[in-house]
Design a protein around this ligand. Structure first.
Ligand code: SF4
Length: 87
């Protein structure tokens, strides 16, 4: 499971603190609001991301765990051939 940064644009007031703490992944648009780079957080950046989340004065920034992509089901619904379910 990996973690990803999420921004609540309604709660954000554009302080820009997060961009100062994590310039590798967050930059400010022309109005001073953060834009988060899409992509996985590397272990090296995770500590900086946590600091940025903790420093956000409006709790607009958060880290959320992402589940790994599900494996596709095998053809036939995943049931072994020749077997019927018992009810
Ligand atoms: S620190 Fe929080 S309020 Fe300030 S720009 Fe970043 S997300 Fe928005």
């Amino acid at each position: 499971m990996s973690e990803k940064l999420h921004l609540d644009p309604i709660a954000c007031t554009g302080h820009g603190l997060c961009a100062e703490l994590l310039p590798e992944l967050i930059w400010l648009d022309e109005w001073g609001y953060p834009v988060i780079e899409d992509g996985e957080l590397t272990p090296e950046l995770l500590g900086h991301a946590r600091r940025a989340v903790d420093a956000c004065p409006t709790l607009a920034l958060r880290l959320q765990r992402e589940r790994a992509a599900r494996r596709p089901r095998p053809a036939g619904g995943g049931r072994p051939a020749g077997r019927t379910p018992s009810y």
